[in-house]
Design a protein around this ligand. Structure first.
Ligand code: GTP
Ligand code: MG
Length: 406
């Protein structure tokens, strides 16, 4: 549970379904993430409701009995928002709104809302607005009759918008306009990228909150915004980095998440171009997170969707300072030893056997193993660099640890 209890936070309940192929631990972790999303959006989850079902109810997501429990709790505790851990269909949202009579949000809403709050540049705002419109369009009918009475807050914010238009035609026109605007900016950005010439391009990618921006700051001595909230970064920052005379471009971009709304993947296409056009990916992982292996899968899935799944990749396991294995007493014969009990060394050998020396274990905050990280990146970048600047290869001898810091 997240400890911060700010009075300004909106009170919310979280609702999830535990399906056949999820165990209870998994669904707890999913709801932990939903709670973190809620907190990032400015909400405070006061209760979780879960129900075991083979598949969500097509009409009301959870069953009617459970829904009645939720309704009662909401009424008794003066809760204004109900958040569902999945994307609700338009019909589900309508039915649930009728029963609960509070603001009903789903996971997609929440993520879109966080993106809307966090979008700093007009480019990011345009992209988020497009994703919001795309999400809205199929849901327009009936939605607003219930929302009219509700005032602002999570899920109701839109960049540059005070009121969300209710008419499909208006939304469609808006989508066309936003797409045109993005296209213009895309062209400018493509030109900018073109101007960077043949420099080797390296992109930091990974799940949200794993430490990409922190690593960027440590490596490039820049000041990219990093924070312990989800989606601290929405735009792409590119810095020129030099490791022992060898220059290359390093980019830091938006983090990924499980079930990242497709509307966002589509509309952030150009932000993600930096990844698509990179020569080398540094896939940063928060090894201290209990679900880090699933995070890796989510990231790989999205990389596949943006056609970057087969790029040369170095796996960078970050936050080793915070890694804690679940303790297992020697005389405990009941508990089966699983990956949760692995030591860091065991994780190292597991990943080394999967990806060879393309697995690195660091702490960006404590700057531990940064030397190995730099050496590995140096070697990889050098190999690409010398193919582009063939007369340059003698400039870049093997990485020299003693030169560090000069
Ligand atoms: N313990 C520990 N915390 C770290 C480390 N690196 C980063 N963090 C913390 O993790 C949080 C997220 O860091 P960011 O650098 O913002 O993460 P990000 O991957 O850029 O996140 P998004 O931009 O939200 O996708 C911050 O609170 C950092 O201080 C590390 O090596 N160890
Ligand atoms: Mg970041």
């Amino acid at each position: 549970m997240i400890e911060k209890k700010d009075m300004a936070l909106e009170k919310a309940v979280l609702i999830g379904v535990i399906t056949k192929d999820q165990d209870e631990v998994k669904s707890k972790e999913y709801l932990d993430e939903l709670e973190f999303l809620t907190f990032t959006a400015g909400g405070y989850a006061i209760k979780r409701f879960t129900q075991k079902m083979d598949m969500p109810n097509p009409k009301t997501f959870i069953g009617t009995g459970k829904m009645e429990d939720v309704r009662q709790f909401i009424e008794e505790n003066d809760v204004g928002t109900a958040i569902f851990d999945d994307e609700l269909s338009a019909a589900q949202e309508r039915n649930i709104s009728k029963i609960l009579d509070v603001k009903v949000l789903d996971r997609t809403n929440l993520i879109l809302d966080i993106f809307a709050q966090r979008a700093q540049t007009s480019y990011a705002r345009t992209q988020v607005e497009l994703a919001q419109c795309e999400y809205l369009l199929p849901r327009l009918r009936g939605m607003w009759t219930h929302l009219e009475r509700q005032k602002g807050g999570i899920g109701m914010r839109g960049p540059g918008e005070t009121e969300i238009e209710t008419d499909r035609r208006i939304v469609r026109d808006k989508i066309a306009l936003l797409k045109a605007r993005i296209k213009t900016i895309d062209k400018q950005m493509a030109i900018q990228r073109g101007n960077r010439g043949k420099m080797v391009r390296v992109a930091l990618v990974g799940y949200t909150n794993v430490g990409k921006s922190t690593l960027m700051n440590v490596v490039s001595k820049s000041e990219v915004f990093a924070e312990n909230k989800l989606f601290a970064t929405l735009d792409t920052t590119v810095r020129k980095v030099v490791i022992q005379n060898l220059p290359f471009l390093l980019s830091d971009t938006v983090g990924f998440i499980r079930k990242l709304p497709t509307q966002l993947v589509d509309s952030f296409k150009s932000t993600l171009d930096e990844v698509r056009e990179a020569d080398l990916l540094l896939h940063v992982v928060d090894i201290s997170h209990p679900n880090f292996e699933e995070h890796i899968e989510s990231v790989n899935k999205i990389l596949g969707e943006i056609k970057s799944g087969d790029k040369p990749t170095i796996m960078v396991f970050n936050k080793i300072d915070a890694y804690e294995a679940e303790p297992l007493e020697e005389d405990d014969l009941e508990t089966e030893r699983t990956e949760k009990h692995y030591s860091l060394e065991e994780w190292k050998s597991t990943w080394m056997s999967k990806v060879g020396n393309n697995a690195l274990f660091i702490s960006a905050i404590n700057k531990s193993n940064l030397e190995d990280f730099k050496k590995r990146v140096y070697d990889e970048v050098r190999d690409i660099h010398v193919t582009r600047f063939p007369y340059n290869h003698f400039l870049y001898p093997d990485y020299n640890y003693e030169d560090m810091g000069k």
